[in-house]
Design a protein around this ligand. Structure first.
Ligand code: ATP
Length: 237
């Protein structure tokens, strides 16, 4: 199977000391991969290194081409959208303005207009609240807005940083249902970092376990579900 994202020997951190010590992982074209791990393992750092927010060493290939030397804007333009932890919505702007910002790299106004309709169809609540300040939305609605803003880029790959964080279980289910739909119906590949291992393994076909900056288990979602360390520490049985 071809890989939309292939990462080899990824080293990244802040300042002198690396947080990630040489990660190898990939995301299948049109597929979902997940990186599981505890607080502080380096999940957020991994996504930042892929989207260019921090400059990594090692190789990052997207659709076969090196992107590890490109700016965040060029990486976004190629089709990688990052939904950061804490959602990263602009709280003082309206829902509509946030969505418009998601499309800032695009030069096809007709396509952008169609994508407004598309995200409002996925998340009708955002249409009702299109003139409301993003900061006044509920946590679940803000996550929906963050995903929608990323979709406005028309990405080929979504980087999702703990979409379940701080949300009630029912809302988390809804968010995961929509991620599945975006993946299956629109063919958008997803790299998901999550602490909620059981949910992440339901969505992903490929999975990795990150511990203190190293991938200690890699395999299919079924293989990770069957792994003793994953079961004990992350699945609780
Ligand atoms: P969490 O779920 O808690 O966010 P994580 O797996 O996403 O955990 P990271 O946020 O990638 O982990 O953090 C990995 C390590 O990098 C931590 O030890 C953290 O303190 C450190 N770190 C994160 N951001 C910075 C920063 N801006 N400057 C310096 N160190 C940082």
């Amino acid at each position: 199977m071809t890989q939309i994202l292939e990462v080899k020997g990824l080293v990244a951190g802040y300042g002198a000391s690396p947080i990630l010590h040489g990660l190898d992982f990939s995301v299948p074209a049109g597929g979902v991969a997940t990186i599981l791990g505890a607080n502080g393992a380096g999940k957020t750092t991994t996504l930042r290194a892929v989207s260019g927010l921090i400059r990594p060493a090692g190789e990052v290939r997207f659709a076969g081409e090196r992107i590890d030397r490109l700016s965040t804007e060029d990486i976004a333009r190629r089709g990688i959208a990052h939904v950061p932890d804490g959602r990263g919505t602009f709280v003082h702007l309206s829902v509509e303005e946030n969505l418009r910002l998601g499309a800032y790299t695009r030069r096809d106004p007709a396509g952008v207009a169609r994508d407004f309709e598309r995200v409002f169809a996925l998340f009708p609540v955002l249409q009702q609240r299109r003139r409301q300040q993003a900061g006044t939305l509920s946590g679940g609605e803000q996550q929906m807005l963050a995903i929608s803003r990323a979709l406005m880029l028309r990405p080929k790959l979504l980087l999702m940083d703990e979409p379940s964080f701080g949300l009630a279980p029912l809302i988390v289910r809804e968010i995961f249902r929509i991620m599945r739909m975006v993946n299956e119906e629109e063919g958008v590949a997803i790299l998901l970092v999550e602490q909620n291992a059981s949910l992440a393994l339901e969505l992903a076909s490929r999975a990795y376990l990150l511990e203190t900056g190293r991938l200690v288990v890699s395999g299919s979602a079924d293989e990770l579900r069957a792994d003793d360390a994953v079961r004990r520490s992350y699945l609780g049985y």
